[in-house]
Design a protein around this ligand. Structure first.
Ligand code: SAH
Ligand code: AVI
Length: 340
């Protein structure tokens, strides 16, 4: 059985998606579903006056591997800073999980940070990592099974923004959510409120959420983190075009696009773009898209918060801010939110 089939089998036993979109039966079904979502999103995004591609499509197997390389870059401070916070306070975080708790992680990726919590948690009922990247879930599951052989791991491949309904078995246990990485920052404010509200519903009364949020800081430091000297972030961004060529038969000449990161002071966010180096046109699924020289495709927002602003966002989404930890330089914050 393929690993997506395993995810599907396990996931459908424990978790069903309200509109049936999480019925993942075979690798073929999953791959074609994802491909057609990418096709629809790409056509819609390139047809708009301001061209864009949603950032969730960064994470095919190559994109997930590039993201892991980003986390090790000297300029990319978020991963090592959040990891240090998690390491320092893992025991306090583990104390949030009563015996029999289900740990549900959103955008789990490599689940590397999760291991810090799992090492301190006793008697978890199950660990449910949710990620859009099947490749990342596969690797993480194999590693976690080796290190924590008695832990039940129930991976779910899918979009965490979609409605998710827990099976009665899982729903009957206490829930602790984990959403590290400041992935929340990749959503617009409206999307973030919607997702946090949805998480509040999924985690239920008595549920808690441990969530990482990157903090506002010197703009030069931010820009360097999203435009590193080794060009790994550029490769991560440009991989969207390689993916479109490989999966959808598009004919992007990738060398004729450049990576660009900018900082929007008003919204407190990094924006990533792909800039057309020349005037050109590109064919995607039988359609032609014209680019002026210098025209941009928007590919990612990465919002930076201050602690109070993030807590207000959480409160607007039905959460009670319970505690927050930061590093000494106040680069990154990890919050505990409690369902009221
Ligand atoms: N939690 C990890 C990974 C962060 S990278 C860490 O903190 O290092 C963001 C992760 O979220 C990637 O693994 C990506 O595949 C996943 N992701 C992004 N958008 C998603 C979506 N809409 N639904 C599910 N997973 C998503
Ligand atoms: C996953 N996410 C929080 C990363 C970020 O920092 O916004 C994705 C990323 N984009 C460029 N570098 C890393």
């Amino acid at each position: 059985m393929t690993s997506e089939a395993e995810h599907g089998a396990v996931a459908s036993e424990f978790i069903s998606e309200a509109h049936g979109e999480f019925t993942l039966e075979t690798r073929g079904v999953v791959a074609s579903e994802v491909r057609s979502e990418f096709a629809d999103a790409l056509i819609a995004g390139l047809s708009a006056r301001q061209k864009s591609i949603p950032c969730r499509f960064f994470y095919d197997a190559a994109g997930s591997a590039l993201f892991e390389r980003i986390t090790e870059l000297p300029e990319y401070y978020p991963t090592r800073t959040e990891t240090a916070i998690l390491r320092a306070y893992a025991a306090d975080m583990a104390a949030l999980a009563a015996p029999g708790t289900v740990l549900i992680e959103f955008g789990s990726g490599s689940s590397t940070k999760t291991e810090l919590l799992l090492a301190q948690m006793r008697d978890l009922y199950a660990y449910v990592p949710i990620d859009i990247s099947g490749a990342a879930l596969d690797e993480a599951q194999a590693r976690i099974a080796t290190r924590f052989p008695h832990l039940t791991v129930l991976p779910v491949q899918g979009d965490f923004s979609r409605p998710l309904t827990l099976s009665p078995d899982i729903a009957a246990h206490p829930h602790l959510g984990f959403f590290p990485g400041s992935t929340i920052g990749n959503l617009t404010e409206g999307e973030a409120v919607q997702l946090l509200t949805n998480m509040r519903r999924i985690l239920g009364n008595g549920g808690k959420l441990i969530i990482g949020a990157d903090l506002r800081k010197d703009v030069r430091r931010l820009l360097a983190a999203y435009d590193d000297a080794a060009g790994v972030t550029a490769a991560f961004n440009l991989n969207l075009l390689h993916r479109a060529n490989g999966e959808l038969g598009a004919d992007f000449d990738v060398a004729r696009f450049a990576h660009l990161a900018t900082y929007d002071v008003r919204h407190g966010r990094i924006d990533m773009h792909l800039v057309s180096r020349t005037e050109q046109s590109v064919r995607v699924l039988g359609r032609r898209f014209h680019f002026k020289a210098g025209e941009r495709i928007h590919t990612e927002h990465s919002h930076k918060y201050d602690i109070e602003g993030f807590q207000v966002l959480a409160q607007r989404s039905g959460w009670l801010p319970q505690s927050v930890w930061t590093d000494a330089e106040r680069l990154f914050s990890v919050h505990v939110l409690s369902a009221v």
